[in-house]
Write a protein that binds this ligand. Sequence first.
Ligand code: SF4
Length: 396
Amino acid sequence: MAVPLMQAVRVGRYVLKQHLSGRKRYPLVLMLEPLFRCNLACAGCGKIDYPAQILNQRMSLQDCLDADAECDAPVIAIAGGEPLLHKEMPEIVKGLVGRRKYVYLCTNGLLLEKKIDDYEPSPFFSFDVHLDGDKSMHDSSVCQDGVFDRAVAAIKLAKSRGFRVSINCTLFDGADPKRVAAFFDEVMAMGVDGIMTAPGYAYERAPDQEHFLNRQKTKQLFRDIFRLGKGKKWRFTQSPLFLNFLAGNETYHCTPWGKPLRTVFGWQRPCYLLGEGYAKTFKELMDDTAWEQYGTGAYEKCADCMVHSGYESTAVMDAVKRPWHIAKVALTGPETEKPMAPEIPLTNQRPAEYRYEKQVEEQMAVLSTRRPARGPRVRVHGNDTPARETFTDAAD
Ligand code: SF4
């Protein structure tokens, strides 16, 4: 089991409590993006294409603790950008773990060797290292040679120091099921605690727009991978029903409020993947977002999405309603041979709206009213230098 028993019990108890209390919408995982700055510039990433003034913004330790207090989800995933670039990250992790939250720190691993002494192993804390496949798949995905080897060295180091470590594997069009299956064997042999996998979301700001999967291809790819995994002991950090959904066996609707995102801009509407606006408070996000306008079948930008941000919460809630169903799938693995579940029709979806430029304009206007930050200390990194822009740690 990739998720420790105590974590599964506590999260299950939380979900059951929400369900029994009749709460209509509740968070399962708080997604925190305390910075957008990264030391890589991956082709499929739509998170880092901002002006330097925005990339230099950070959520402070207090901002992160306040976000947790507002949201109060049992699990917290810290993403970015690259969280290890944030100077207060050890205190942020310590503060959240001290509140007995299950914290996953998502990292590309490049700075882990340098920073590992700042962190302590805990059953509440995991490093979640980005690895999009074997050496050539991953280095091509992150647009830099040598990153796979450094990430693997970081995984081995973290495991040797007693940390929990999972990997985060995003798959794109053209992925070869046999290579992915061999890669899952490889990471299991490294001793990782679990694999988190999903298809890439077609970010409108990602430089490579040609390699995102549509829903049909996603389902076939995951079926082919899971077929090769039958009888193997791959451990996933995700709900078996979410994996069953990826393999085309569930007609799930999106639950974007299950994994709310807090960034340097505020609470992002509606989800981790789509920035269609920002709320000042978590309550405002939950109460004032027109949730019915999002999800596959409702909005053009959601048409091909099968990402855990929206659909894993649906799977977890389904498990509460149909415990016998999750028990069966957990026992037998996702179905790979029977006809797929019906797809959601797209005929009534509303057209995409494009808001990026306006949002950047608004954020830049807000920043221009603030006191200028300390003068930047420019540090040009060897292998840590991103392709799109020279990285500085000006606002760390
Ligand atoms: S389907 Fe859900 S998770 Fe995916 S982009 Fe749309 S709102 Fe976000």
